[in-house]
Structure formats: structure tokens, C-alpha cells
Design a protein. Structure first.
Length: 179
């Protein structure tokens, strides 16, 4: 009887040891080293290297051009509202984006006398309310982000929150899993 018990327990111990050893190996290989953030000097060097490329040269020319200066001036007008996440009143000027744009869904809106591209990342459930917008609708916008690109003559405001006539018609849903 003892020999049978030993014969059954011994393979159980061996198999258990192999399972635990295999599990530890998998955990060790899944730990990837995280890249260290670049130092200020490394970032500066990378920026200088990019500025020497044809794209960097073209961007610097655009930045100094009247069109680029106009975009940056428009961004400066709404910077405080973006930083404080406060309401900005806007009027829809166009339901379509400029020709050739690849921003997804968006509209043109006038805020404080300047035109902006108002860009959305809507879920399917939110799309119907956004499609109900019409030209000359007055809306309240909250956003934290504005961007620009040489391809566009307008700053690009990401719509985080939009309301019309006191009703919320769009609120950006944060992405799952962090950023």
C-alpha cells in the first residue's frame, strides 16, 4: 500500500514542480524593461535633428509664415479657456471640414471671431446628436487640447464637451486602460 501511495505522490510532486517553474519563467519574460524618458539634452538634440529634415524645415517655414502666425494667434486667444477648462461660446460656420482633411468627424466653428476646426471622436451612440448640428447653431464648448498642422489654416480644437440650448450633445468618453 505504501509503495502505491509513493508511486502516486511522486509524479504529483514532479508535475507540480514543473508547473510552478514554468509559471515563474513566463512571468520573468513578460516583464519588459521600460524605456527611460529622454533627458532635456537628448530631447533638444532630437528636436534639432528633426528640424534639419525636410519636414522640419517645411514646418519652420510654415511657423514663420503669415498663415502659421495666424494659427498661433488664434490658439493664444483660447489658451486660458483651455487651461482652465471653462466654457467657450461658439457658432457653427460649416458642417464639413476643409477639403482633403483626414481628421475624422468634425465641424468648423467660430469662437471669439476666429475660425477653428472642432474635432470629435464620437461613439456610435453620440453620433446622432452631433449630426443634428446645423450652421449658425450656438454651442458651448469645453476642451483641454488644441493642435495645429501646416496642412490646415485653422487651429484644431478637440471637443471634450459640447452643449446646445442647455443640453449636452457630446461628452468625450475617456479611453479605457489609461491615456
Amino acid at each position: 500500500m505504501k509503495k502505491v501511495m509513493y508511486a502516486l505522490i511522486l509524479p504529483l510532486v514532479v508535475v507540480s514542480g514543473l508547473v510552478f517553474a514554468n509559471r515563474e519563467n513566463k512571468n520573468e519574460t513578460s516583464k519588459r524593461p521600460t524605456p527611460k524618458p529622454l533627458s532635456a539634452a537628448e530631447r533638444e538634440a532630437a528636436l534639432k535633428k528633426w528640424e534639419a529634415t525636410p519636414e522640419g524645415i517645411m514646418y519652420k517655414k510654415w511657423e514663420a509664415s503669415p498663415a502659421g502666425e495666424k494659427v498661433f494667434a488664434s490658439e493664444a486667444k483660447i489658451r486660458k479657456s483651455l487651461r482652465d477648462y471653462t466654457n467657450m461660446e461658439g457658432v457653427i460656420t460649416s458642417l464639413s471640414l476643409p477639403q482633403g482633411s483626414r481628421l475624422g468627424f468634425g465641424v468648423m466653428v467660430r469662437i471669439n471671431g476666429d475660425d477653428y476646426i472642432l474635432n470629435f471622436e464620437p461613439e456610435k451612440s453620440q453620433l446622432e446628436q452631433l449630426l443634428s448640428l446645423k450652421v449658425n447653431d450656438k454651442i458651448i464648448i469645453k476642451s483641454r487640447t488644441v493642435s495645429h498642422a501646416p496642412k490646415y489654416s485653422y487651429p484644431i480644437v478637440r471637443g471634450d464637451y459640447v452643449e446646445r440650448d442647455g443640453k449636452v450633445i457630446y461628452q468625450r468618453i475617456p479611453r479605457k486602460g489609461g491615456c
